[in-house]
Structure formats: C-alpha cells, structure tokens
Design a protein around this ligand. Structure first.
Ligand code: SAM
Length: 239
C-alpha cells in the first residue's frame, strides 16, 4: 500500500500513520487553522448541520481525534462516542473537553477497520478527515455499516479533488510547497505534513468514493462538494 509516495506493507502503513498523528497531536488544532485559513471550522459546521444530531441519539465519531466534530454534536444533545486509533490525539481531545467544560462524551481507542462494538449499535456514524488515513478503507466502510442500526446514517467529511477549472492546480501548488513549510516552522515536522498532503492527492475522486460507500452496502448515497470538491461530504443510509 502507499504511504505518501512510498510503497510499504499494510502493517507498516498503520504504524507510520500512527507516528504522524502522535507527532502532530499537540499542534494539530492550530495547524488546522493555519493551513485552512480557519475554513475547516466552517466545513465542520456544515458537516454537523447535515448530520443533524438529535438529543438522545447515539453517535459514533470515528477518527474523532481532538474532538472538533464530537463537541459540535454533543452541543445538540447527542450521546457521542469519540473513537480514534491514536491515544495521543484522544488525550488532547479529552483535555480540550475538560477545559471547555464539555462532559458526557465517551472516549475509546479503536481501529476503524476492526471495531469492538456489537452490531446495530449507533444511530449515526461520522468520520471527518479520517478515512483517507485508514489502511484498508473498504474494511472500515463495512465496519461502519455493521455497527449502524437499521435506518442509521453515515457521513464522511474528507478532502477530495476540486473540479473547478484551475482551482485544483492552484491548491496542489499551495499544498505541495507551503503546507510542509508551515509544518516545519510551527510543528517542527515537515515530513508528517508532506505525508498529509500526499494522502489527500491519492484519495479517490468524489464519484469513485461514493461507489465505494455503495459497495459497502449503503443506500441512497450522496455527495456534496465544497469549493468544487476540494472538500466533500459523502453520505449513505443503512436500510
Ligand atoms: N476528526 C478529527 C478532525 O476532524 O479534526 C481528526 C482528524 S485527523 C486529520 C485524522 C485522525 O484519523 C487521526 O486522529 C488519526 O489517528 C485517525 N486515524 C487514522 N487511522 C485510523 C484508523 N485506522 N482507525 C481510527 N482512526 C484512525
């Protein structure tokens, strides 16, 4: 499998992705603001508005990292389980929750490919900027389908490829040159940010990813492009 532009074994990829997020965990939130000019906040707001979390619902926020999506959904009254493969990212999330006085979240280390939850557990499953880092994406999609109740909904927020003429190329140039440099200065870690940029470039196009979601068993799948598809919200239902 690919790790950036290198070929490695699946085990090695999972290990290296772990290393990337352990390395960036402490600077993760400030880097998101810097790299996106604060726009990631709007994308996350839009994402949660689509998920429509309701009071009393049980939602799994997979690859939940430092809690940005979970905090927004908990504010709507949902019971949120935040899961991530990386305990360092969750540790930062737990500290943030405490300092903001948000309680009632459940934090649990999980690999999206092999969840420890039983079948038909959750009303909704969300994964934001997480799925492209997963080694076996089809396995993660099947697991999402398994742990959802019938009538449950599935939402993915992820970078994709902008179909606006010229915009994709412009973003490519920005991301290839500037993001690793920002990573070097702010997070003292150029390589991790080079991997993150490369992983965006390699992620399937919107329609191809929609098809992967369908292949995992989801119905009425959909995609909403943001900035022409630079970022996309995919959805599906377990019927
Ligand atoms: N959802 C958060 C957000 O939007 O700010 C965090 C996104 S962060 C870019 C990606 C997260 O995916 C990291 O915390 C990483 O540890 C997690 N991740 C990578 N591979 C994973 C896997 N196989 N299972 C669960 N989480 C994984």
């Amino acid at each position: 499998v690919n790790f950036g532009d290198e070929l490695v074994t699946p085990e090695e990829k999972t290990k290296r992705v772990g290393g990337v997020f352990t390395s960036v965990a402490r600077n993760y939130d400030v880097m998101n603001d810097l790299m996106s000019g604060g726009m990631h906040r709007l994308w996350k707001d839009r994402f949660v508005a689509k998920v429509k979390p309701r009071s009393g619902e049980s939602i799994l926020d997979m690859a939940g990292g430092t809690g940005d999506i979970a905090f927004r959904m908990a504010a709507k009254g949902a019971a949120v389980t935040v899961s991530d493969i990386n305990p360092d990212m969750l540790a930062v999330g737990m500290e943030r929750a405490e300092s903001r006085g948000i309680d009632g979240l459940t934090w649990q280390v999980e690999n999206a490919e092999t969840l420890s939850f039983g079948d038909a557990n959750f009303d909704a499953y969300t994964i934001a900027f997480g799925i492209r880092n997963v080694t076996d994406i089809p396995a993660a999609l099947r697991e999402a389908h398994r742990v959802l109740k019938r009538g449950g909904r599935f939402y993915v927020l992820e970078f994709s490829t902008s179909e606006w003429p010229g915009f994709g190329e412009l973003y490519d140039r920005y991301s290839e040159h500037l993001i690793p440099k920002i990573g070097k200065v702010v997070a003292k870690d150029e390589d991790s940010y080079r991997y993150l940029v490369e992983s965006i470039r390699r992620f399937p196009r919107m329609e191809a990813f929609r098809k992967m979601i369908e292949d995992a068993g989801f119905k009425s799948t959909s995609v909403e492009p943001i900035l022409g598809g630079l970022v996309a919200i995919h959805g599906g239902w377990k019927i």
